[in-house]
Design a protein around this ligand. Structure first.
Ligand SMILES: N[C@@H](CCC(=O)N[C@@H](CS)C(=O)NCC(=O)O)C(=O)O
Length: 241
């Protein structure tokens, strides 16, 4: 049976799994779950994931959810090498730390912002959340010190997890300023050169940004357009080898 991924490309977690599926060249079927229409609350979906979140991966009778768990599973079960999720305990610990950073910090900030503008209908973002985002960017900049990728010199699922959330934040809420975060900006450019990046991540991140933009007042247009132009042009920087 083919792997089935349930979700929407608007979701960073879903896009992180799509990046992993594409990197591993795994055949899969994508079943769209419309969160705005509440399809994740329907009984047939809740039977697959009682937490009612996307992504969910179905592999035969098994349903796995949480993007981080799904990515690790895919590499463990289907990859020819462990490069994307090393078995070496220390290397794995570093990847896991980054995955938890996404789960516990970056994605949480994203979810709070989403809640404010889509549920609470605020039209201005609280500075305190944007400051927290910048603190998270500072940390990511430090994580990249001496490394091309977040957990070393090679691409891992930590990069997929964080790029899916970060690219969304970059386009929607707080552009990654290349002057302030040069390593993070270079890393974003480097990942965006992956051949499957546009289809697996950037398209959905851009759609999400368009929805956010429609909810926010004009003052954000300038920031948003700047980020859009930068990502299109590779932030004006050359990818590092
Ligand atoms: N840690 C989870 C987060 C999943 C999550 O919160 N997904 C959002 C979409 S981005 C969702 O399903 N939201 C629906 C809801 O919470 O009702 C993961 O990485 O899979």
């Amino acid at each position: 049976m083919v792997l089935v991924l349930f979700g929407t490309e608007l979701s960073p977690g879903v896009r992180a799994v799509l990046l992993t599926l594409r990197a591993l060249e795994l055949e899969h079927e994508f079943r769209h779950v419309d969160l705005l229409a509440g399809q994740h609350l329907e009984p047939h979906f809740v039977r697959k994931n009682p937490q009612r979140t996307v992504p969910v991966l179905q592999d035969n009778d098994a349903c796995i959810w949480d993007s981080h768990a799904i990515m690790g599973y895919l590499v463990g079960k289907y990859a020819f090498t462990d490069a994307l999720y090393p078995r070496d305990p220390l290397k794995r610990a570093l990847v896991d730390q980054r995955l938890h950073f996404d789960s516990g910090i970056l994605f949480v900030l994203f979810k709070q912002l989403q809640h404010l503008i889509f549920q609470e209908e605020v039209t201005e973002l609280p500075n305190v959340l944007i400051e927290q985002l910048h603190k998270a960017y500072d940390l990511l900049e430090q994580f990249l010190d001496g490394r091309n990728y977040l957990a070393g010199q090679l691409l891992t699922i930590a990069d997929f997890s964080i790029v899916a959330t970060l690219s969304t934040l970059h386009l929607s809420y707080a552009p990654v300023d290349a002057a302030k975060y040069p390593k993070l900006s270079d890393w974003l450019t480097r990942i965006s050169h992956l051949p499957y990046y546009e289809e697996a991540n950037q398209r959905g991140a851009r759609r999400m940004a368009e929805m956010v933009r429609a909810k926010l007042p004009k003052q954000f247009d300038k920031l948003w357009l700047k980020a859009f132009e930068e990502i299109k042009s590779g932030a004006g920087r050359q990818p590092l080898k």
